[in-house]
Design a protein around this ligand. Structure first.
Ligand SMILES: Cc1cc2nc3c(=O)[nH]c(=O)nc-3n(C[C@H](O)[C@H](O)[C@H](O)COP(=O)(O)OP(=O)(O)OC[C@H]3O[C@@H](n4cnc5c(N)ncnc54)[C@H](O)[C@@H]3O)c2cc1C
Length: 205
């Protein structure tokens, strides 16, 4: 899950960096182009993303991910994060429902929708990890990045900043989890049943 998530995320970051920098991002004159190329191989070597999913989906459907999520949910968190923890609990319910549906459909269906299942589990795990960081007993003032970082008033609490990151991550992903659960539970098997009708005939050799 870590390799899959990090390598896909670094591609997203590299792609968006190039978009932000426009033509300068695309040209070889600057480092961005090199970062984008280097990012691209990470979803291919050392196990492609698809194969990481094939490996991870079994753990999601066999209860390993659920147990890990339950362990994370049982830890102590800051009370100010309670609304986020409720959203994660709701997401976990959706994951369980989705797993139950997929198990009824069989192994082929599990592989077809593996990415959605693994993405839901990762979003929940990451959400709890962010809440854990925002509940750290240790705190310190860090630069907010506003105003160039020249005076003490520009510092913010690191724990507060981590809570903001957790809030943003969990709120953004709550609707994504619901949408993924809906997709996985749609029962749509057209990739198996109507493949050639949808994409055109597969050429004979
Ligand atoms: C720069 C570079 C360095 C490398 N270095 C090393 C090295 O040091 N040691 C080493 O051992 N190897 C190395 N490799 C090989 C690398 O690990 C393989 O390229 C990689 O494992 C993918 O295998 P493949 O290229 O044969 O693609 P294929 O296995 O042919 O895959 C093609 C596509 O089909 C998908 N696919 C395949 N099987 C499935 C499946 N069951 N379900 C869903 N999708 C599937 C893949 O995800 C991929 O998108 C290197 C490759 C590169 C490009």
């Amino acid at each position: 899950m870590s390799k899959y998530y990090c390598s896909e995320m670094c591609n997203r970051v590299a792609y968006d960096s190039m978009q932000v920098l426009g033509g300068s991002g695309y040209m070889r004159d600057y480092a961005c182009e090199r970062h984008a190329r280097d990012a691209r191989i990470t979803t291919i070597y050392e196990g492609t993303s698809q194969l990481q999913i094939v490996a991870a989906v079994r753990g999601v459907c066999s209860g390993t991910a659920e147990r890990f999520i339950a362990e994370l949910a049982g830890q102590d968190y800051e009370p100010q994060l309670n609304d986020l923890l409720s959203k994660l609990a709701e997401g976990t319910k959706q994951l369980k429902k989705t797993i139950a549906f997929v198990k009824e459909q069989g192994t082929e269906y599990m592989d077809l929708y593996g990415r959605g299942l693994v993405d839901i589990a990762i979003d929940l795990i990451n959400g709890y990890l962010f809440c854990g960081q925002a509940s750290s007993k240790f705190d310190m003032a860090v630069w907010s990045g506003e105003g160039g970082g020249t005076s003490e008033s520009e510092k913010v609490s690191m724990r507060q900043r981590k809570a903001m990151v957790a809030r943003r991550y969990i709120n953004t992903n709550a609707s994504k989890i619901a949408a993924l659960a809906g997709l996985v539970c749609s029962g749509d098997k057209s990739t198996f049943t109507d493949y050639e009708a949808l994409i055109g005939p597969i050429p004979a050799e």
